[in-house]
Design a protein. Structure first.
Length: 527
């Protein structure tokens, strides 16, 4: 297929990357720690770990898993915690021990947790004690043999560590009672691992680094098999796209999205690792006033997030007064970025909000807008180096420029398949390595891709296709609207009709004024 988009690549960005620069994520981590030893790597709640400290602590944890917990190469280890200093220690410890990380959303219900632990076959879990009561309810039905608990303050310096953990448990009462008698504390695990010798494990691109669970394109929770090769490829693809603008050892990236999410995991933790950057970990970004106070402490150079995060910041008192003089990169993904949010972001920060596109199945980046972009353009960007993109019909035939169809991706970052689900893998991937994303879009003559909507989210009104993204974008333009979601509901006359849910910015906003705004901007059947 003709790679028509290559002519549009920003100057200095290569068409291909050499994925063999690193044998594994373990190698990338160890090389970066050696190169940037004395520089700050992760900051959270006023405390900072250097690369040397993360290197040392993750080595202790890896040795504990091997020698004390008795796990072996390829075993799955679940991590269930928000953004805390212990996350990178545990993450890289698991990978250095040659094991596979299974990221778990801490807000999972017992049913969801049980499914993921059983499906992945996780031998061990590291869990923040705030959520241990959930594990207690299902552990008898799961293959987990080793439980390691951690407290919010564990990696903070004494006495702050003890104070924070005490307040969280006894004052704020955020730790429900739990009974896991065989559980070991993370502090004890690190202490015991310190006296063990880590056995070096040989890893290559074929070894599995992550089982990253996702609803995928069909809604059933399943593990995307992401190898060390997939992850390294995506790190190098991102570095090739942004690298010219990064200064090794000087970048500070705001990490508000949880590291258990593939976007934050790769874009923040992995790519910025390559440049010896500081990750500013935000544990609870929903506390917007607290988030803004934390931002005021740092001269951050980059921030990633989703549309709702950026919109929330823009509508939080004090955000517009922050110092944005160092900010050079704002990257939006995970969901469609709305033009009205992007325009306001640039007006307030002076930095263009670049929209990117990807999936868990692509590790995740597939398309990104050029860093040279001067204004939000409504597209999800160009396919990144070593990545092909095509728009196809239901039968898999490539469509002409401008036609709307399913976005398909091929590249070294595309997953191997779904964990123990060959049928799902076959339904999602063509035999020649192309991934069906389940997203509907079109490509223009310059290679830019414009997202129209999810295939499964499309609303059919009297035979006409209505895409929720379009309706939401129009409603969001109204000055009285803070947030909006559009869905399809059954209708006896037209099959389906569009229904919107709105969070008001202006308390005086009425249904009538909003409908009038929509009538001015949308065809009748889209109302």
């Amino acid at each position: 297929m003709e790679k028509i988009w290559l002519a549009e690549y920003p100057e200095g960005v290569p068409a291909e990357v050499d994925v063999n620069q690193f044998a594994s994520v373990k190698a990338l981590f160890e090389i970066s720690c050696d190169k940037f030893r004395d520089l700050p790597a992760f900051n959270n709640m006023g405390a900072t770990l250097t690369f040397a400290e993360v290197d040392q602590q993750s080595r202790y944890f890896a040795a504990y898993l091997q020698k004390v917990a008795g796990l072996k190469k390829g075993d799955r280890v679940a991590i269930m915690m928000p953004n805390l200093l212990q996350y990178p220690i545990v993450l890289f410890g698991v990978l250095r021990a040659g094991m596979t990380v299974v990221n778990v959303n801490p807000l999972y219900t017992p049913r969801e947790l049980e499914h993921q632990l059983k499906d992945s076959g996780a031998s061990s879990i590291v869990i923040l004690e705030n959520f241990a009561h959930t594990l207690e309810q299902v552990i008898g039905n799961c293959p987990v043999k080793s439980v390691i608990t951690t407290r919010i303050g564990d990696m903070l310096p004494f006495p702050k560590s003890a104070l924070v953990s005490f307040v969280v448990k006894y004052v704020k009462k955020m730790v429900p009672n739990f009974n896991l008698p065989a559980a070991v504390s993370l502090k004890r695990a690190l202490s015991e691992g310190k006296w063990q010798t880590l056995e070096e494990v040989e890893l290559n691109h074929e070894d599995i680094a992550f089982l990253q669970y996702t609803g995928g394109t069909t809604g059933v929770s399943k593990g995307a098999v992401l190898t060390h090769g997939n992850m390294i490829a995506n790190v190098l693809q991102g570095a090739a796209w942004f690298g010219g603008g990064f200064n090794p050892g000087e970048e500070k990236v705001v990490t508000a999205l949880p590291l258990y999410h593939i976007f934050s995991l790769t874009a923040n933790c992995m790519i910025f690792l390559l440049y010896g950057s500081l990750n500013i970990l935000i544990t609870n970004p929903r506390d917007m006033p607290g988030f803004v106070k934390e931002l005021a402490k740092h001269k951050f150079t980059a921030i990633t997030g989703v549309n709702t995060l950026f919109n929330g910041l823009l509508n939080t008192q004090g955000f517009s007064e922050l110092d944005f003089s160092s900010l050079r990169l704002t990257l939006g993904g995970g969901m469609a970025v709305q033009g009205v949010v992007a325009d306001k972001w640039k007006a307030v920060t002076g930095c263009v909000l670049l929209e990117a596109y990807g999936l868990t199945e692509t590790s995740p980046a597939a398309c990104i807008n050029p860093t040279t972009l001067q204004d939000f353009n409504g597209s999800i960007g160009l396919p990144i180096p070593s990545t092909e993109a095509s728009i196809r019909d239901e039968d898999g035939n490539v469509l002409a420029i401008g036609e709307v169809g399913e976005i398909c991706i091929r590249g070294p970052q595309v997953m191997w398949g779904y964990w123990k689900r060959p049928d799902e893998t076959e339904n999602t991937m063509f035999s020649d390595g192309w991934l069906r994303t389940g997203d509907v879009g079109r490509m223009d003559e310059k290679g830019y891709i414009f997202l129209v909507d999810r295939k499964k989210d499309m609303i059919l009104v009297s035979g006409f296709n209505v895409y929720p993204n379009e309706v939401e974008a129009v409603v969001a333009m109204h000055s009285g609207v803070l947030e909006v979601a559009a869905v399809g509901i059954p209708d006896e006359h037209s099959g389906e009709v569009v229904k919107i849910f709105v969070v008001k910015k202006d308390k005086a906003l009425t249904e009538e004024s909003l409908m009038e705004h929509c009538r001015e901007n949308l065809t009748g059947y889209k109302l």
